[in-house]
Design a binder for this molecule. Structure first.
Ligand SMILES: [Zn+2]
Length: 487
């Protein structure tokens, strides 16, 4: 279990639930990339699970992947030819990239993998397997027997007139489509429905074997009962007035005689400058992308935000170092500032020993000791620098020719200054000592510090500014700095 502390809102939610055994459910349709906005739902549920466990409750935590759901719209990057599978169960549509057994698995697998990497203690259920295994047989029969009441609730809540032959059950036609077919007869003792297909032919579907599914709104209420759900978070698309939770609440109480589970409404996540996360619009950030730049518990903290009932604007660019500093300050003593790690990572590449040396000289003795942790942090910092960092934080030490070219733009005072620093620079100077040397040499030579430091950054990085010069230079090989300063 995560060491991340239980947020206050999650404790409040847990305290409002009745004592005893709990089944916390979260569900997603793997119809496209399962993004960080979807992860928010799972993390809300996880936080409530942890809060319930902290109260001593026994909890089953379920991720219900809606793999039997029909394909409604093909995801971006999926070939247009897949239009022919619209209406087919995601578990029966081929993988557009050919790497998994189905369309559903192609999108579910990376998400499940991220949950594993986050060490989330969650049971992943696939709805097509539940239907095929007979898990939903009882509630499907109940729904079919109460077709008229369910239809009435749908009409009242949504304010829309339902077709006369509306059915809570969508049998799979021979074409493979889950269509709103006209049910001609229900044979409860055989778990079968007789229905008319598109051409008017009579067909039979066995609902104990997954030969169809309940329509989404009915399924939600039926699923609560079948799983014994006591808590489920929802995004605002479901909880709007007349939306799916409104209908499911009434169906649960009036038809399935099952108490409405506890609920939490979470808001959506926007990606700064790009809009709300959405698989269908292609505004997508996957959990695995974020696990490349931060540890799992930081991801939890970032995605939940202060309060998941509020919209979140994810800033992975300029605002990210501050987030990481706050996160790290909450879990460790005196962490190295993230921007310094970014400098180190870009200076030494993957050389952990060189990074440790650079940190030691920069005055971060403790961080240099745990090499495994350091290697991880360097990797986060390096990938962030490559993929997200603003230009001002991107660094690359110039090679000799580039440095010569850059140095040619300096005046005689600046060159004289660099040469003087080079003569005094020694192997054992730490970051503070180098900073003093850079500053005092400028003062002694009557050179304005701003121009002095600009000269330093110019020959090393080809820029007029950069990371704090003392610790940065102290971390570089002395020979290299001497050479660059004497061009
Ligand atoms: Zn695949």
């Amino acid at each position: 279990m995560s060491s991340y502390s239980i947020p206050g809102w999650a404790k409040d939610v847990a305290n409002a639930l009745r004592p005893g055994l709990h089944v916390v459910v979260t569900g997603i349709s793997p119809s496209g990339n399962i993004h960080v906005g979807n992860l928010r739902e799972v993390l809300v549920a996880e936080a409530v699970v942890n809060a319930l466990k902290a109260r001593g409750a026994e909890v089953r935590f379920v991720f219900h992947a809606d793999t039997i759901d029909p394909l409604r719209k093909i995801a971006p990057d999926v070939p247009e030819s897949f239009e022919s599978y619209i209406g087919h169960s995601l578990s029966r549509v081929p993988d557009p990239k050919g790497c998994h057994v189905s369309y559903a698995e192609h999108f579910l697998d990376p998400f499940e993998d991220a949950l594993k990497r986050m060490e989330m203690n969650i049971e992943v259920l696939r709805s097509h397997e539940l239907y095929e295994g007979g898990f939903y047989t009882e509630v499907t029969r109940e729904a079919l027997e109460h077709t008229a009441e369910l239809r009435e609730i749908l009409q009242e809540v949504s304010g829309r007139k339902m077709p006369e032959h509306w059915s809570p059950y969508l049998p799979r036609a021979t074409s493979g489509q889950l269509a709103g077919a006209r049910i001609l007869e229900h044979i409860p003792e055989e778990n079968k429905v007789v229905f008319a297909d598109e051409d008017g032919w009579e067909e039979v579907a066995d609902y104990a074997r997954g030969e169809g599914k309940l329509g989404w709104r009915v399924e939600l209420a039926a699923r609560w009962k079948a799983l014994g759900t006591t808590f489920e978070p929802f995004g605002k698309d479901h909880t709007s007035r007349g939306g799916s939770t409104d209908t499911a609440d009434r169906m649960a109480r009036e038809v399935f005689h099952y108490p409405v589970p506890g609920r939490y409404e979470y808001e959506w996540i926007q990606l700064k400058g790009r809009g709300a996360m959405s698989s269908s619009k292609g505004i997508v950030l996957l959990p695995k992308d974020l696990l490349k730049i931060m540890p799992p518990d930081a991801l939890r903290q970032m995605v939940l935000g202060r309060d998941p009932a509020r919209a979140l604007d994810l800033d992975l660019e300029g605002g990210f170092p501050r987030f990481m500093d706050e996160y790290r300050a909450s879990v460790e003593k005196d962490p190295v500032p993230f921007t310094h790690l970014v400098t180190v990572a870009q200076t030494v590449g993957t050389d952990v020993d060189a990074a440790a040396e650079m940190l030691r000289r920069g005055g971060y003795e403790a961080a240099a000791r745990d090499r495994e942790k350091l290697a991880r942090e360097l990797s986060y910092a390096r990938i962030w620098a490559e993929e997200w960092a603003p230009e001002s934080l991107r660094l690359r030490i110039l090679d000799e020719d580039e440095a010569k070219e850059a140095a040619s733009g300096l005046d005689a005072d600046q060159r004289g200054y660099l040469a003087a620093v080079a003569r005094e620079l020694k192997e054992d100077l730490d970051g503070v000592a180098v900073q003093d040397l850079l500053y005092s040499t400028a003062v002694e030579r009557g050179l304005k510090p701003k121009r002095a430091f600009a000269a330093v950054y110019t020959v090393l990085l080809g820029k007029k500014s950069g990371p704090k010069a003392g610790p940065f230079i102290a971390g570089l090989p002395v020979e290299l700095v001497r050479e660059r300063f004497s061009l």
